[in-house]
Write a protein that binds this ligand. Structure first.
Ligand SMILES: CC(C)(COP(=O)(O)OP(=O)(O)OC[C@H]1O[C@@H](n2cnc3c(N)ncnc32)[C@H](O)[C@@H]1OP(=O)(O)O)[C@@H](O)C(=O)NCCC(=O)NCCS
Length: 190
C-alpha cells in the first residue's frame, strides 16, 4: 500500500518530503525490462526523446539484452524506498559518458529528477571514475534543463544535428580539463 502510486500522491499532498524515504540505485536486471519499456513509451518521455516513436516489446527486449551485455553501458534504476521511480543510463566513451534519464510519470515534480542527477554525478565520479558527463536535451525540455543546471551542468550550446542543447559537466575528482569531444554515438532505440 505504501508504494502504491495513489499513496504516493496522497503523501505528496500531505507534504512528505522525498527525504522521508531512502533513495538508492540498483543495477538494472531482467526484472526491470517491462518497467523500462513502460517508461520509454510514456507520452512525455517520447515527446522529449530524439527518437519519439513507440517501441515494441520485441525491439525493447533485443535492446535491453544488448545493453545488459555491454561493458561500456551502465543502466541504473532509482528506488525511493521499495518503489522503482526512474532510471539513468551511462554510455561511456573513454573518460566521459553521455547520460539519459527519466522519472516515472507518477513520481515527477517531487524533486526526484534533481536527486537522480545528483546521485548520477556521484556515481560517475566514485564508481565509474569518469572525468566528464554530458547530456543532450531538447530545447523545450525545461524540467530536464533545470535538473542539469541545478547539478552543475553547463549549457555548451546547440546540437548540430537536432533542435536541442548539449549540456556538460566536468567532474570534481579530475581537476585537469580534458579536451571537449563529441558525445558517443547512440547504439539504441533510446
Ligand atoms: C526531466 C525529468 C527527469 C525531471 O524529473 P522530475 O522529478 O519531474 O523533476 P523535479 O521534480 O526534480 O523538478 C525539476 C525542475 O523542473 C521544474 N519543472 C517541473 N515541471 C516543469 C514544467 N512543466 N515546466 C517548467 N518547469 C518544470 C521544477 O519546478 C524543478 O525546478 P526547480 O528545482 O528549479 O524548482 C522528468 O520530467 C522526466 O522524466 N521527463 C521525461 C523524460 C525526460 O525528459 N528525460 C530527459 C531527457 S534529456
Amino acid at each position: 500500500m505504501k508504494d502504491d502510486p495513489c499513496a504516493v500522491q496522497l503523501e505528496k499532498r500531505e507534504g512528505e518530503p522525498v527525504q522521508a524515504r531512502q533513495l538508492s540505485f540498483q543495477k538494472a536486471c531482467g526484472c526491470h525490462e517491462e518497467l523500462l519499456l513502460e517508461w520509454k513509451n510514456d507520452e512525455t518521455a517520447r515527446e522529449q526523446s530524439f527518437l519519439p516513436r513507440v517501441i515494441t516489446a520485441e525491439e525493447h527486449h533485443r535492446w535491453f539484452r544488448a545493453v545488459l551485455a555491454r561493458a561500456d553501458i551502465t543502466l541504473l534504476i532509482l528506488y525511493w524506498g521499495e518503489a522503482p521511480t526512474g532510471s539513468v543510463r551511462f554510455e561511456r566513451a573513454g573518460e566521459q559518458a553521455e547520460i539519459s534519464y527519466s522519472i516515472d510519470s507518477r513520481y515527477r515534480g517531487l524533486g526526484l529528477g534533481n536527486r537522480l542527477i545528483g546521485m548520477a554525478v556521484q556515481y560517475a565520479q566514485e564508481t565509474l571514475a569518469l572525468s566528464r558527463l554530458c547530456a543532450r536535451v531538447k530545447k523545450d525540455n525545461v524540467p530536464s534543463q533545470r535538473v542539469l543546471l541545478a547539478n552543475g551542468f553547463r549549457n555548451m550550446g546547440e546540437l548540430d544535428d537536432r533542435p536541442g542543447y548539449l549540456f556538460g559537466k566536468q567532474l570534481e575528482a579530475h581537476s585537469q580539463q580534458i579536451p571537449e569531444i563529441a558525445p558517443p554515438p547512440r547504439i539504441s532505440h533510446l
